[in-house]
Ligand binder design. Structure first.
Ligand code: NAD
Length: 259
């Protein structure tokens, strides 16, 4: 990954931040994009201390196409064309679908699906302009493939199903340009998003319950899906495109019926 220009959306926290630190350790030039500009600054500062050849923080909301376009153009001006892009910015807002307010549905889709589309669109456009190939990794979820038992995840699941479908289309469409597009499918990972829809008083009990349900018996550390994403971004995965790399402790492999 040395000398690659890497862009990480959602790099201010969780899996994106863990990936930023892994890329920093490999001496990348790094742009950390997050709608929380302060957190993006913090990650960039840590990445600079952690070995990044450059670390730029960009405050931008991925749901707004102009902000994504401007952010990627700034990266190109200051560091060169981004050839490794992680579309990780995401939110999770749940609720029973029959009473889910339209604005919650639209907010989830706007960040998780429109945001990934904007990121891929402008990253690919930059690679094509620059005449270079590259690798894009989008954050999907087991929710793209199954309905969560607890329910109320319709908007999130629809957004991630869209991400996984978009990844396949982009992989096929841009392979001839040397652009690979894959999804990483993290399972339950210890980040702020994991508990976004859980009352604080319930977190410990639910953490215990989830541990029992996951075949590997624990939640993931953010560095674990980040390592899967790093592999997909790197030349070690040079023949991998259109894949959904599952890193979920066995969640998707498991049937719920225990007969
Ligand atoms: N944590 C999990 O269990 C889990 C499981 C499966 C998939 N994922 C996916 O992995 C990705 C990263 O999740 P995480 O757990 O690290 O979450 P996180 O909440 O720790 O980090 C997400 C980051 O995205 C940023 N962000 C949110 N909306 C944005 C927007 N509109 N524009 C720019 N930045 C925005 C947030 O400010 C935050 O820094 C997400 O796409 C998530 O859906 C997470």
């Amino acid at each position: 990954m040395r000398d690659r220009v890497v862009v990480i959306t959602g790099g201010g926290s969780g899996i994106g931040k863990a990936l930023a630190m892994l890329c920093a350790g490999q001496g990348c030039r790094l742009a950390v994009l997050d709608r929380d500009a302060g957190r993006a600054e913090e990650t960039a500062a840590e990445a600079a201390r952690g070995g990044a050849a450059r670390a730029l923080a960009v405050g931008a909301d991925v749901s707004r196409e102009e902000e994504v376009r401007e952010a990627l153009e700034r990266v190109e001006r200051e560091m060169g064309v981004a050839t490794a892009v992680f579309a990780g910015a995401g939110i999770d807002r749940g609720g029973a679908e029959h009473e889910l307010p339209g604005e919650v549905w639209r907010a989830v889709l706007a960040t998780n699906l429109d945001g990934v589309f904007h990121t891929c669109k402008h990253a690919i456009a930059g690679m094509l302009r620059g005449g270079v190939g590259g690798s894009i990794v989008c954050a999907s979820s087991p929710a793209a493939f199954v309905g969560f038992a607890a329910g109320g995840a319709g908007a999130y699941s629809a957004s991630k199903g869209g991400v996984s479908a978009l990844v396949r289309c982009l992989a096929v469409g841009y392979a001839r340009h040397g652009i690979r597009v894959n999804a990483v499918v993290p399972g339950a990972t210890e980040t702020p998003m994991m508990w976004a829809n859980v009352a604080e008083a319930d977190v410990e009990r639910l953490r215990g319950q989830i541990r029992e349900e996951i075949p590997l018996g624990r939640l993931a550390d953010p560095s674990e899906p980040a390592r899967a994403a790093l592999w997909l971004l790197s030349e070690a995965a040079s023949y991998v495109t259109g894949s959904q790399l599952v890193c979920d402790g066995g969640i998707l492999a498991k049937a719920s019926i225990s007969f």
